[in-house]
Write a protein that binds this ligand. Structure first.
Ligand SMILES: C[C@H](O)[C@H](O)[C@H]1CNC2=NC(N)=NC(=O)C2=N1
Length: 103
């Protein structure tokens, strides 16, 4: 069983509709969102997300800014294309961000 198979454009469109505020990168290979919150709360949210990612064994790239936390997701084992694992993790990240009152 491969780690995860790339999704079709239609599947991506359908899954993206379930994630308000998230967007695709230029080539449709990354799922992205930037959260806005104060610096230390953003770092704490990053720590929470890191725990979720180890639990799921699927990891995003997180960029901590002055008052932002940017999230970028792709599945490396699928040739850096989007798979269901990306959307599953994004949904968990979105729930964590809401709990941290990130916008
Ligand atoms: C061995 C382990 O299952 C793999 O390295 C996992 C870890 N986390 C991962 N995260 C992401 N985004 N893509 C992967 O292909 C991936 N592979």
């Amino acid at each position: 069983m491969p780690y995860a198979d790339p999704l079709s454009p239609k599947e991506i469109e359908d899954r993206l509709a379930e994630l308000p505020g998230w967007e695709l990168s230029e080539g449709g290979t990354e799922l992205r969102r930037t959260y806005h919150l104060a610096h230390l709360p953003a770092a704490i949210l990053a720590l929470h997300i890191a725990g979720i990612q180890d639990e799921l064994n699927h990891h995003s790239d997180l960029t901590l800014g002055y008052d932002t936390l940017a999230v970028s997701l792709t599945t490396h084992a699928a040739g850096s294309r989007l798979t269901g694992k990306d959307f599953d993790l994004a949904a968990r990240i979105a729930a964590a961000a809401e709990a941290h009152q990130a916008r």
